[in-house]
Ligand binder design. Sequence first.
Ligand code: TMP
Length: 209
Amino acid sequence: MKGKFITFEGGEGVGKTTQLRLIREYLEDKGVDAVFLREPGGNEISEKIREVILDRANFDMTGMCEALLYSAARAQLCEKVIRPALEKGKLVICDRFTDSTFAYQGVARGLGADKIETMNNLACGEIVPDLTVFLDLRPELAFRRKGGADENDRLEQEGMDFHLKVYEGYRLACSRYGDRIVDIDCSSEAEVTHKKIIDALEQRGILTR
Ligand code: TMP
């Protein structure tokens, strides 16, 4: 496909929102036309699925139900939004993608990495990121920096054990998909992390200097 597809990944409170804002501003300054999406969401049907997944009233949801809902939202996003944009040659940047399901449902919820890999392949087919930016920060540090978990978010309300497993899941994804994932240490200030991300995008030929 003509375009390039970049995804951003990481646990809660690692500064993903800030980094996405910084890269958006950077690209706007350079006059690069990019499509920004978030998962789960990015189109009407997937946003509705997002509401179901994140609703605290749905505390009884099984891990498998959760994984399939994320995959359903992603299948819709891939076919209706990401593929057409890539075919037009756009740069597509997505806030979370398949590695989130791998880390959260596959490892943290214990559904199994192989099972989730199969599910991800089914949902996305050939839509695979050209580069995944993993914002690497241990959860103890991330929550301290963030000042605690959001009480309206069902997933953030999980205990520290869960978030440590999510981190483990991302580490496993980094070793399994090392050719596509770049591990960015983000324990320093946001501007330092931003610079590392731009360097990684330039090194991979996604952005030019
Ligand atoms: P956000 O905090 O980046 O908006 O993401 C929403 C929540 O959904 C977050 O707790 C991570 C979780 N999530 C999964 O558990 N599996 C997935 O596949 C995705 C995309 C998100």
